[in-house]
Design a protein around this ligand. Structure first.
Ligand SMILES: NC(=O)c1ccc[n+]([C@@H]2O[C@H](COP(=O)([O-])OP(=O)(O)OC[C@H]3O[C@@H](n4cnc5c(N)ncnc54)[C@H](OP(=O)(O)O)[C@@H]3O)[C@@H](O)[C@H]2O)c1
Length: 329
C-alpha cells in the first residue's frame, strides 16, 4: 500500500498525485480524463458529518481520485456545500459532477428538467460548490412533463455560458437516451457524453441494452452503488440489526436491500471471497472495473480508510475465471 500522507491543517491540501493505484480514462470521445473510481457523496452532511466528509475528500485526492459525484438534492444541498469548501484552492484538479431534476422543494417548479428549474438550480449548485463551472452536469432522471427540446436547449445554453462543460444523463432508459441524442442531433446541440446507471453484482439491468449501446456509440459510463450501499461488503447479517452508524441503519431506502434473496447471493459471494482470500468489496468493485464499457465506478464511503481500501482495487487484476464465476452469481 502506498504510504499516503494527508496534510489536514493546510487550507490548500496536497495536489493530485498520479500514482500506481488510480488510473484515468477518457469520458467517451471527450478529452476529459477521470479516475477509474469516482467519489460518491450522497451521504455527506447526513450520515457522514462535515469533518469526516472533508477528510474523505482529502484522502481521495491524495490517492489520485480526481472525480467527485454529487447532486443538488443530496442532503438538501449540504453535500455540494461540503465539497465546495473542501476543494477550495484545488478546483482545477477535480472533475466535479452534479445533477438536476429530482424534487428540490415543494413549489411547482422545484423539480424536473424545465428551463426554469435548471437555470435556478445551476446557480444554487455553483454557489454551494464554490465554483464557476461544473464539469459534468447530469439530468438526474427523465422528466416526462418537459419537452426534451426545452431541457437540452437549456443545457446547451449553460455550456455556451461556461457554467457547464459536459452534459450527461442518469437513470435514463435506452429509449429515452436515444430520443435525447436525436434531439441534440436535430438541433445541433451539445451531445450527451455519458450515462449513470446503477450497476453491481446483483443489479445488472444495464448489461442488457444500455452497455452494448454505450460501447457502440462510445459514451462514457459512470456506474453507481457498486457495493449496493455497503451490502456487498458483507457487513450486514440476515438475522441481526444493521451495525450502528452503517448506511442501512441510517437510511431506510438502503435498509430495504436487506432481503432474503439478496442474502442468498451474498452468501455465495462470501464463499468465493473466503476461498480466494480476497475481501468482498475488492471482488465487487474489481468485477465492475474489469468491464471495458465502464469509465468510472462511483463508490461512496463513510470513513477515509474505506477510500484507501477501495483505491487499491484499481491495481488488483481480477483473473478471467474468477470474473466468470462472479458473473454467474
Ligand atoms: N444517479 C443516481 O440516481 C444515484 C443513486 C445513488 C447513488 N448515486 C451516486 O453513487 C454513489 C455511490 O452509491 P451508494 O453510496 O449508493 O453506494 P455504494 O458506493 O455501493 O456504497 C457506499 C457504502 O458502502 C460502504 N463501504 C464503502 N467502501 C467500503 C469498504 N471498503 N469497506 C466497508 N464498507 C465500505 C459504506 O457504508 P457505511 O456507510 O455503512 O460504512 C459506504 O457508505 C453515491 O454516493 C452517489 O454519488 C447516484
Amino acid at each position: 500500500m502506498r504510504n499516503a500522507q494527508v496534510v489536514f491543517e493546510t487550507k490548500k491540501f496536497n495536489s493530485l498525485k498520479t500514482n500506481e493505484f488510480v488510473q484515468y480514462k477518457r469520458v467517451g470521445l471527450t478529452g476529459l480524463k477521470v479516475s477509474r473510481l469516482t467519489l460518491g457523496t450522497n451521504n455527506f452532511g447526513g450520515q457522514v458529518d462535515r469533518e469526516t466528509s472533508i477528510s474523505i475528500i482529502k484522502k481521495a485526492l491524495d490517492l489520485g481520485v480526481n472525480t467527485i459525484d454529487t447532486a443538488n438534492v443530496y442532503t438538501g444541498g449540504k453535500s455540494e456545500e461540503i465539497i465546495g469548501s473542501a476543494i477550495n484552492g484545488n478546483r482545477d484538479e477535480f472533475v466535479v459532477c452534479t445533477k438536476v431534476g429530482m424534487p428540490a422543494g415543494i413549489v411547482p417548479n422545484a423539480t424536473g428538467l424545465s428551463r426554469k428549474h435548471i437555470v435556478w438550480q445551476i446557480e444554487q449548485s455553483l454557489k454551494r460548490l464554490n465554483t464557476k463551472y461544473v464539469d459534468i452536469y447530469y439530468m438526474h432522471r427523465f422528466d416526462e412533463e418537459t419537452p426534451l427540446e426545452e431541457t437540452l436547449k437549456t443545457l446547451d445554453y449553460l455550456i455556451k455560458q461556461g457554467k457547464v462543460l459536459y452534459v450527461a444523463c442518469s437513470n435514463f432508459t435506452l429509449e429515452q437516451l436515444k430520443r435525447a441524442q436525436q434531439v441534440c442531433e436535430n438541433l445541433s446541440l451539445e451531445q450527451i457524453v455519458a450515462v449513470q446507471p446503477p450497476y453491481n453484482l446483483l443489479q445488472r439491468d444495464a448489461e442488457r441494452e444500455l452497455f452494448p449501446y454505450c460501447q457502440e456509440k462510445k459514451l462514457g459510463v459512470f456506474t453507481y452503488s457498486p457495493l449496493m450501499g455497503g451490502f456487498l461488503t458483507g457487513k450486514y447479517s440476515e438475522n441481526a440489526p444493521p451495525p450502528l452508524g452503517s448506511r442501512a441503519a441510517t437510511n431506510p431506502r438502503y435498509a430495504e436491500r436487506l432481503k432474503s434473496a439478496n442474502f442468498v447471493a451474498l452468501n455465495k459471494l462470501k464463499a468465493i471471497a473466503q476461498e480466494v482470500g480476497v475481501p468482498l468489496s475488492k471482488l465487487a468493485l474489481s468485477w465492475i472495473l474489469k468491464n471495458p464499457v465502464v469509465t468510472s465506478v462511483i463508490v461512496g464511503a463513510s470513513k477515509p480508510e474505506q477510500v484507501e481500501q477501495n483505491a487499491e482495487v484499481v491495481d488488483y487484476k481480477l483473473d478471467d475465471a474468477l470474473y466468470q464465476r462472479l458473473s454467474q452469481l
